[in-house]
Design a protein around this ligand. Structure first.
Ligand SMILES: Cc1ncc(COP(=O)(O)O)c(C=O)c1O
Length: 380
């Protein structure tokens, strides 16, 4: 049977190749940002308790009110903006689904959506699925910050949305106050909606701070902010996330959710609502992850890789073009097969597969894994 694919490329083939090789060679996993160190025992106990009590019933579509209230409280505490839990906060099965629902809710066929590359591969696919055009703007090494003049040049009457992601996966860059001001100036007289992917909001290093769109009233009024519990509470196997947005946008997002998704799992929602009463769980994360970043960087000091700045999130980029002619995909293969360390090629995060001889490493792992991974990479 012949079908016309809706996708412009073969998609994320390299991710499954890396997964297969990783398993085959039992490699150290510095490829996936899935934290492998212990998380709060209390959280598990909360979930267990909720499962035994009322937790086996489906939650309301928009999420348990108790969790939505905690989310609104957290945002008000950190970023001062008040979202109404009833009409402006929506719990989602994952951040990925929240991003999809947001795009599907407001982007129409023929629209254009600006986003920055490299990026997680799903943005462009989700935009294309709406019959809209993804407009990729390059973030350039080594700092990978947006060139707002380029953004200005690409905005036109068809531009419906700009997607931002800070802290950024895969480059580990963080939007500065100047970036936010530039964005503000760009959109102020336009109908453009901002979709802000803030899943790494609690991981900003070196004394800098996360700049949420929720913290700027004029931007919050036109923004959908998406974040995820999986990164905060190190429960990447529990898919609970949320998005906050003005009621007029939330209404549309919830329609998409209702047509194509189920609510997030009920026991996990109860468990997360209870643990959110203790802000120390997320307030201490930057320190923990900064130490992990520094541990990995220290371990790689005597390697031949050139480390790029990692300002937030839990990734670090490393260049090898000065000592090898391999493509980044071949380097990733070689590192797994010959050295037993899995990483990802940066080219996988560009829609046209741009290869800059750079790999992405994660430091969201226990210290022994990071030390052993670094030791092996020093042998390259
Ligand atoms: C930038 C970014 N957005 C969204 C997601 C998806 O998060 P979730 O696991 O909650 O779906 C990820 C996951 O890795 C990510 O890196």
């Amino acid at each position: 049977m012949q079908i016309k694919s809706k996708f412009s490329s073969s998609g994320s083939g390299i991710f499954s190749v890396t997964d297969d090789l990783l398993t085959q060679y039992d490699a150290i996993n510095l490829a996936h940002g899935t934290p492998d160190f212990p998380f709060s025992q209390e959280l598990i106990e909360n979930a267990h308790e909720a499962m035994q009590a009322e937790g086996s019933q489906q939650a309301p579509w928009a999420g348990l009110m108790v969790l939505r209230e905690k989310i609104a409280d957290k945002i008000s505490f950190l970023y001062t903006h008040s979202y109404h839990p009833d009409t402006e906060v929506t719990v989602m099965p994952s951040a990925k689904e929240a991003v999809f629902a947001s795009i599907a809710a407001v982007v129409h066929a023929g629209d254009e959506v600006i986003y920055f590359e490299p990026s997680v591969d799903s943005y462009a696919a989700m935009i294309s699925l709406q019959g809209a055009t993804p407009v990729a703007i390059r973030l350039e090494a080594p700092h990978f910050t947006p060139d707002w003049n380029q953004v200005r040049a690409r905005i036109n009457a068809r531009t419906r949305m700009i997607i931002i992601n800070s802290p950024h996966n895969p480059t580990a860059s963080v939007l500065s106050e100047a970036d936010v001001q530039a964005l503000r100036d760009l959109v102020k007289d336009s109908p453009v909606i901002i979709l802000s992917d803030e899943v790494y909001e609690h991981l900003v290093f070196d004394g800098d701070e996360h700049r949420s769109m929720s913290a700027y009233p004029d931007l919050a009024a036109r923004s959908i902010v998406v974040t995820s519990f999986s990164k905060v509470f190190k429960v990447s196997g529990w898919h609970v996330a949320y998005c906050v947005a003005p009621a007029i946008l939330t209404r549309e997002i919830r329609q998409v959710q209702q047509y194509v998704m189920f609510p997030a799992d009920t026991p996990m929602q109860y468990a997360l609502a209870a643990i959110m009463e203790q802000p120390n769980h997320y307030m201490t994360l930057s320190t923990i992850y900064q130490e992990k970043r520094d541990l990995l960087a220290h371990g790689l000091k005597s390697s031949r890789f050139e480390l790029l700045p990692s300002k937030g999130g839990y990734f670090m980029l490393a260049g090898f073009g000065h000592f090898s002619d391999l493509s980044d995909v071949d380097m990733v293969r070689k590192l797994i097969v010959d050295h037993g360390v899995a990483t990802l090629p940066l080219s996988a995060f560009y829609s046209d597969g741009t290869d800059q001889a750079v790999i992405r490493l994660t430091f969201s792992k226990d210290d022994e894994t990071l030390e052993e991974g670094a030791r092996r990479l020093c042998e390259v």
